[in-house]
Design a protein around this ligand. Structure first.
Ligand SMILES: Cc1ncc(COP(=O)(O)O)c(C=O)c1O
Length: 482
């Protein structure tokens, strides 16, 4: 049967005509509009009808013949190939969405389905957001301009990360955090989240026991859950991990413990020196990997930041996790792991398999930013800046009624406000109407007695906003009472 016309083909003259014509004819074949054995109009007619050159039509038809969609019979014309497999073609035809089923996803995806969307991470009071306006953009841009012109940085590089950056980190971590390592032990990551993932891949098998703090960093727990591990929680004592509890038999078979010992997240406690040593001894004796997440300890307001536990022992199985999300800005997506020498090559292979190298230009910028002293200067400045905000917010919170209690350790970028007897999610929604996004305290708990209240990130707020949110909380609590 002759196809009389292909007049409904619409071509955009500013784009490649051959490709457009080819795609539209193939689409008609797949949908069955052009059936096997039908004859195409002659190239001259098609060219006239579509107002394009005959040459374009001939080339398109040649491509269709080459790929087996059509066949050319000498002296008779070009036909839709009659050997096109009808079943295969119908499989590609458009079906209504409800009938169209993709192959099954992994079990991990089913677990993640219960997660809440978090669209408010850039709003004031969202925990973890830095004071972005305070970042030394001019210096950063200058360094970026310089390194972006270095052709050397446009190829592949070491999987572990750019060596000058790893060396800068070795020096910085030794002086500021008491971490003992050499560059071989440093693995650059895409932030702590990526670091935790690498650790889970490297250290855990399904069914292994993992201990996390209660309350604690939910994003870490999600990673461990997604590796089908058994999760146990350990309570806090004085807002830090209660190390004594770890001697209970239920923790004996633990393969890994994730902890924030230098600034418990979110409660803020700082583990005392004897407890840190006890934690290290427990991990070494119990043969449990200790993941030390040192996410924001640089911001200790009243004393020198407490050193990391990694540097206190040469024999405990500690992996140190750090990030530039808090010390610089979250979108930099660069962090680091410090792993024992004996496993550093394994981590390097693992990183190679899972994501390959880290962005090189940014790593070079960061290395120079650290080496030239900009990093420590920025941290020093931000420590003062956050301290002022922390004091101001604390002062404001004193106006709240008795059922509100501030948990304020002199460190970090957030404050915890415990509020008893409220529906804190309702309160969060109320505050969101005003553009503020603190988190609900109970969301940081996994299973035991959940405390209610708010986790108030204050780093990215101004004085007016801090005063306003306290007024709003007061107003909300009064409304609830009446
Ligand atoms: C406990 C904790 N660790 C680490 C991070 C930083 O994670 P990342 O480096 O993936 O941005 C955060 C951020 O909020 C955090 O709260």
């Amino acid at each position: 049967m002759e196809i009389t016309s292909l007049h409904d083909i619409v071509l955009n003259k500013s784009q490649n005509l051959q490709q457009q014509l080819y795609r539209q004819i193939v689409a008609k074949i797949i949908t069955g509009e052009l059936a096997p054995s039908m004859r195409l109009p002659s190239s001259r007619r098609l060219a006239d009808e579509l107002s394009i050159s005959r040459n374009t039509v001939i080339k398109t038809i040649e491509q269709l013949c080459d790929e087996g969609y059509t066949t050319s019979l000498r002296g008779s014309g070009v036909y839709i190939h009659d050997k096109l497999n009808h079943q295969q073609l119908t499989r590609h035809r458009h079906k209504p969405a409800q009938v169209f089923a993709l192959p099954k996803l992994s079990n991990k995806i089913a677990q993640l389905n219960s997660l809440k969307r978090d669209d408010n991470k850039n709003l004031p009071f969202s925990p973890g957001l830095t004071a972005i306006d305070q970042f030394p953009f001019a210096i950063w841009q200058q360094l970026l301009k310089h390194h972006a012109s270095r052709k050397l940085l446009y190829g592949y590089n070491e999987i572990k990360g750019y060596l000058p950056l790893r060396q800068s980190l070795v020096n910085y971590l030794a002086h500021s955090r008491g971490v003992k390592c050499d560059a071989e032990q440093v693995i650059i990551t895409q932030g702590v989240q990526h670091g935790i993932n690498l650790c889970a891949q490297a250290l855990l098998n399904p069914g292994d026991r993992v201990i996390v703090e209660e309350p604690g960093y939910i994003s870490a727990k999600r990673v461990f859950e997604s590796y089908q591990t058994e999760i146990s929680t350990v309570q806090l004592a004085q807002q830090s991990i209660d190390v004594d509890q770890l001697n209970q038999p239920k923790y004996r078979d633990a393969k890994l413990l994730y902890s924030t010992p230098t600034h418990q997240y979110p409660m803020g406690g700082i583990l005392s020196a004897d407890q840190r040593l006890a934690l290290l001894a427990w991990a070494a004796e119990n043969k449990t990997w200790l993941l030390e997440d040192d996410y924001d300890s640089e911001f200790n307001f009243c004393q020198k930041p407490v050193a990391a536990i990694q540097g206190l022992s040469d024999t405990a199985p500690v992996i140190y996790l750090g990030s530039f999300s808090k010390t610089l800005f979250p979108s930099i997506r660069l962090g680091y792991l410090v792993v024992p020498k004996a496993v550093s090559q394994h981590f390097s292979y693992l990183k190679g398999v899972s994501c390959g190298e880290s962005p090189l230009v940014e790593q070079a910028v960061l290395a120079e930013f650290i080496d030239e002293g900009h990093f420590t200067r920025h941290i020093r400045r931000m420590r003062k800046h956050y301290h002022e905000k922390w004091q101001h917010l604390q002062q404001q919170l004193k106006q709240l009624p008795n059922n509100c209690q501030t948990v304020a350790y002199s460190a970090g970028m957030h404050l915890v406000l415990k509020i008893s007897g409220i529906d804190e999610h309702h309160l969060c929604q109320f505050l969101l109407n005003y553009g503020y996004a603190p988190s609900a305290l109970s969301d940081y708990y996994y299973n035991s007695d959940k405390q209610t209240g708010l986790v108030l990130g204050f780093a990215n707020t101004n004085g007016e906003q801090r005063e306003h949110i306290v007024e709003l909380i007061n107003q909300y609590l009064k409304q609830q009472q009446s």
